[in-house]
Write a protein that binds this ligand. Structure first.
Ligand SMILES: [Zn+2]
Ligand SMILES: [Zn+2]
Length: 333
């Protein structure tokens, strides 16, 4: 059932099957000229049925509605093409739209896997991961064409004007929408309560974590009463949540440094996969070996983004040996 958040703003909660994220929060903003649907849900029958039912209940006609996709993940843009009408404009950042387009290329997964091999993942685990990859399973079969949106651009719905706020980090082109009049930020996966947005490594970003932290500090400066996140409940104290996220990553970086210093003592130099196995994870598994392979994939990506940031800070160096990167602490000269 849709829930009215404030005048002309509705929350549409889409249950996500087989996902620890539980739900995707899509938001419908009514305008005098156009309506805007912010994010959608997986391309599955059950998700699409819930969305259609909710839009009907609010009384929204997709011919008068455009779609804004905060970023490229399947839980956000999966069904966009299925619910869009021929009169719907789909907005998305150029960076995410490019990445999404490239991901339909048959060789794309091979390239991603080559990166994970260099992190120390085994071929066997990557084959297993490919079978369970939700990014591919729940995405739209044909890519929906999108219109690019840029930082500072205003989407005028008639009566409501929403400003695009570029917030790269979670993905290369993650984009929030800001309503300065109501002081609401449609936050996508940039700020979420209870769970920390996954930050992984991307070929488009040399330092994804550093980019994300900059985007957090940028949004911290906005005059904001409410951040409407794409998962969990709305964030009513966004500055506090941003500070928590900043210190969470600070602690993670310290943890990675501790692991790297530990290896210095033992004389063994570790790759990213091995470093991830020593990091703390909030997963119900007794040890690293018992982690489901998909979780290992996420964990190694996250470890890589922290290592990349430490490299950017000049604290860590990596060296390649037989196609695998090994990391060590950079001693101050
Ligand atoms: Zn996401
Ligand atoms: Zn998400």
């Amino acid at each position: 059932m849709p829930e009215q958040i404030t005048e002309n703003v509705y929350l549409i909660s889409i249950p996500l099957e087989n996902s620890p994220l539980k739900n995707l929060n899509a938001y419908l903003v009514r305008g005098r000229v156009r309506n805007l649907l912010i994010d959608t849900g997986y391309y599955t029958k059950s998700c699409i049925d819930v969305m259609r039912g909710c839009l009907k209940e609010i009384g929204v006609d997709m011919r008068e509605t455009d779609i804004f996709l905060t970023h490229l993940h399947s839980d956000h843009c999966g069904m966009a093409g299925a619910i869009a009408s021929s009169e719907t404009t789909v907005y998305m950042s150029p960076a995410d739209s490019r990445h999404l387009r490239d991901s339909y290329d048959p060789g794309f997964l091979d390239q991603t896997e080559a990166v994970y091999l260099s992190y120390g993942f085994s071929k066997e685990e990557l084959i297993e991961n490919r079978k369970n990859n939700p990014a591919v399973a729940y995405r739209q079969p044909v890519l929906v064409p999108s219109v690019p949106v840029y930082d500072g651009q205003v989407i005028d719905l008639g009566g409501t004007r929403l400003t695009c706020v570029s917030t790269p980090g979670h993905t290369p082109g993650h984009m929030c929408l800001y309503d300065p009049e109501r002081k609401i930020l449609f936050a996508g996966d940039h700020i979420i309560y209870d769970i920390t947005p996954n930050i992984t490594s991307w070929t488009e970003m040399e330092d994804a974590l550093g980019t994300y932290l900059d985007s957090l500090r940028r949004v911290r400066g906005l005059d904001m009463k409410l951040a409407l996140s794409a998962h969990r409940r709305p964030v009513s104290d966004s500055r506090m949540r941003i500070d928590q996220l900043l210190s969470h990553h600070e602690a993670r970086l310290e943890d990675v440094m501790r692991i790297l210093q530990m290896q210095g003592g033992s004389g063994i130099v570790m790759n990213c996969y091995q470093i991830a196995s020593y990091m703390k994870w909030s997963i119900r598994a007794r040890n690293w070996e018992e982690f489901p392979v998909v979780q290992k994939f996420f964990a190694v990506g996250e470890a890589a983004s922290h290592l990349d940031h430490l490299i950017a800070l000049n604290k860590v160096r990596r060296e390649c040996s037989e196609g695998i990167y090994y990391y060590h602490v950079l001693q101050p000269a």
